[in-house]
Structures are given as C-alpha cells and as structure tokens.
Design a protein around this ligand. Structure first.
Ligand code: HEM
Length: 403
C-alpha cells in the first residue's frame, strides 16, 4: 500500500484506507463488495489514501450533484490523475468530453441507441440469445460468463458496428485482454490490433457506406462538417469499452442472484411480466460502475471543501444503495417500484446504451428462465468479484438438471 501524501486541505479524520480500483482496505471486498461499500457511509465524504488520493462521496444526493455539474466536475483527467495512466492515447468520445463539446459528439449517438432503434433490433437480440442458450441447455452445466454473458453482447455489438458476426470471437478475445489482462505489454499490443481493425473498418465505410453505426457516425455532422475518421475511431473505441463488459458484468450479477435465490426465480417463471422490474432492481442492488471526475474550481460538495485538481470518485453502488433514497436498500425486492436508481449514471453523460442494455438483460432473463427455469451455482465454486472501474464476477459456473 502506497500512502499518498495527503493534501493539506484534506482533514486527517476524512482519510480512509480504501481503494475501489484495486480493492484495498478490506479483505472482504472480493467476496462481499456491496456489503463493504454499505459500511463506508459512516463518513459522508472521505479521501482515499491510495494511488494519488481521491475523494469518495457516499450519499446519492451528493453523487447526483456532481453528475449534474459538468462545468465544475470535468470528465477529463480524473482517472489518469488517480491511476497515472489512461486506456486510450486520445480522448474517449463522448465520455471524456465536457460541455459544450460533449453534446456535439453525443448527439450522433441518440438515434442509433434510441428506444425505437433498440426495438427494431429486438428480434435479432432474441435470436442470438436463444441460440446461445440452446448451445448449453442440454449439457446441464456451463461457465456462464464464457458461454453466454460474453458472446451475447459482443455479437450484438459487432453487428451494430457493421462487423460480420464471424469476427465476433476476435472481439471477444480483444475485449478479455484489454479489460482484464494484468500484462501491460499484451494489453498495449492488443489495443493496437483492435485500433488497426477499427481504422480499416472506418476507412472501408467512408468509401462504401452501409446501414450501420460506423457509416452513420461518418455521415453525422459536428460543427457543420462530417465527423472526422479520427473522431469516429475515438467513438467506436469508447463503444467497445462501454458496451461489452458492462452487459457481461450485469448478466453475471443478475444470474448469480437468480441461481442463489430460488424464490425469486420461481416468481419470475410464474410471472414473466415481472422481469423488467426484476432487472431494474438487480441493476440497482448490484450497481458495478465507478466514474471519475476532476474538480475544475474550488467547490464545496458533500460537506467538504474540494480544490481545483482534486479527483472525485462516484461509486454508483453507493448511490443506488443509499438508505436516504431507497427503503431497505440492501434487500433485493424484485417487485420494487418506483426504482429511480443511478446505475446508468445521471446528468449529461448518462448511459447512451441504457435502452440496449436493458433490452439485452430482459431478453436474457426471460429466455433463460423459459428454457432453464431451475439452476444453481456449481457446488464448491467460490465466486469472486474483480476490482476495477467496472466490477464483475471472475467466473460463474452454473449447473442444472437436464430433463
Ligand atoms: C448494464 C450495462 C451498462 C451500464 C451499467 C452502463 C453504465 C454507464 C454509466 C454509469 C455511464 C455514465 C458515465 C459517466 O457519467 O461518466 C455510461 C455511459 C455510457 N455508456 Fe453505458 N452502461 C451499460 C451499457 C452500455 C451499452 C450496452 C452501451 C453501448 C453499446 C453503452 C454506452 C455508453 C456510452 C457511449 C456512454 C458515454 C455517454 C456520454 O459520455 O455521454 N453503455 N454507461
């Protein structure tokens, strides 16, 4: 543990030995992260002593305030300040842009990810999902992440970009390495491979436009001019970072819960209409994304004085499990309504892909339960969550009886 030099404006009693990015400060983090997070609320806003140090807000109200003030809390430079590195040499578009730039680049994504566009893709989402379930149903067991939760969103994603389905295993491999490998050289090499693939794909679509997201981006206007190939690349790369692992992680948490809670499973089998509420509740209870902001001017928030240059970390799980906003927040109630959670963020950067993500998750739960209504975690399996700005299960072996 490297204890950072604590800045002089940070009161000593707000400094805490806790790190979300590498799970430091509590040995229970990999097995029961959400329970550990719930205990962080005894200090409304604390300063992590890890990396170069950062603020963590624990109340939903304060987290929402930061989400909604991009003019004070910048989306650029937060994670590189904390971790000393970025995943991409240029800016991820639109994630790392601030207003007014942000809106110009986010606008082109509105239509392709609108509820209407997602509905139009609905049949294909169902088909990919059913095929994957069918490929394991008769075997009585699977490694849920490898066999289902990774290929499902990856196939949909490559199709949206206009990449042939048979290329999707390549994207699966690239994604696994870029997001999870601990070997920086391998990560860099794989990142370069993916980048080159996307550059070639964008080059092709700029010459032969088709009916896909890549062509749509190249045809959309930014400041009265068509989006440049570089900007399209930065956007596609962000999509790759934002749209694959997130759905995989959500599926992992949701299916682990269902595997371990037969009463919830039975309720959903008996009443599939309840699936949308259940998915929402499981996204809330197991919110797995952490965002970072960089303070642009001295400001008071969450009861503390922050200075320009301070990084602020927004853990969505702290917002979605805040007892000031949700009665009995640690309890999963699959019929919970209303359920206005921040698992998809809030404010101008709120998740562009939320409609697609919800559709994929709903279809997965409904179709899986229809085909495999009873299943459990393989006996003896120890389930661990990996630390990162996007947490997820390491593996999820499931078993069921084949009838
Ligand atoms: C359950 C799955 C998902 C979760 C929990 C999730 C969560 C989030 C969150 C919390 C943000 C806000 C980032 C911020 O405030 O800085 C975000 C942004 C974003 N998400 Fe998602 N996401 C999911 C799936 C997807 C999918 C499937 C896509 C697209 C294929 C996607 C594309 C994006 C994009 C492009 C942004 C950046 C928006 C902007 O900067 O304006 N996400 N997501």
């Amino acid at each position: 543990v490297t204890a950072a030099t604590i800045p002089t404006h940070v009161p000593q009693d707000l400094v805490r030995d806790f790190d979300i990015f590498e799970f430091r400060g509590d040995p229970r983090l990999p097995s029961t992260p959400f329970e550990v997070f719930d205990e962080l609320r005894d200090i409304r806003t604390f300063w992590s002593s890890h990396h170069s140090g950062y603020w963590v807000l624990t109340r939903a109200e304060d987290i929402r305030e930061v989400f909604q003030k991009p003019e004070v809390f910048s989306n650029h430079g937060g994670s590189s300040t904390i971790l000393g590195r970025t995943g991409w040499p240029r800016k991820l578009i639109p994630e790392e842009l601030d207003p007014p730039e942000h809106m110009k680049y986010r606008r082109p994504l509105a239509l392709p990810f609108s509820p209407g566009a997602v509905t139009a893709r609905g049949d294909r989402v169902e088909q990919v999902c059913r095929d994957l379930i069918e490929s394991v149903a008769a075997t009585g067991s699977c490694e849920f992440l490898d066999d289902f939760a990774r290929p499902f969103p990856t196939t949909i994603f490559t199709e949206i970009l206009g990449i042939p389905t048979d290329e999707s295993p390549k994207f699966l491999r690239w994604n696994g390495i870029i997001q999870h490998s601990h070997d920086p050289e391998l990560r860099a090499r794989t990142g370069a491979e993916l980048t080159q693939y996307l550059i070639d794909h964008i080059e092709d679509r700029s010459r032969n436009p088709k009916d896909d997201l890549t062509s749509h981006l190249l045809q959309s206007e930014v400041d009265g001019k068509p989006m440049s190939k570089e900007d399209a690349l930065d956007t596609c790369f962000l999509m790759f970072m934002a749209g694959l692992d997130t759905v995989t992680a959500a599926l992992g948490f949701i299916f682990r819960h269902l595997a371990e809670h037969p009463e919830d499973r039975r309720r959903l089998v008996a009443d599939p209409e309840l699936v949308p509420l259940a998915v929402e509740e499981l996204l809330r209870a197991y919110a797995f994304i952490t965002l970072t902001r960089l303070v642009k001017e001295d400001v008071e928030v969450g009861g503390v004085q922050m200075k320009a240059g301070d990084p602020v970390v927004l853990m969505t799980a702290l917002a979605t499990r805040d007892p000031l906003e949700f009665p009995d927040p640690a309890t999963v109630d699959i019929g919970r309504a209303p359920n206005h959670h921040m698992a998809f963020g809030a404010g101008p950067h709120r998740c562009v892909g939320s409609h697609l993500a919800r559709r994929e998750l709903n279809v997965a739960v409904r179709e899986w339960l229809r085909r495999i209504p009873d299943f459990e975690v393989a006996p003896g399996a120890s389930l661990e969550v990996h630390a990162s700005a996007s947490m997820g299960l390491e593996s999820l072996p499931l078993v069921w009886e084949v009838r």
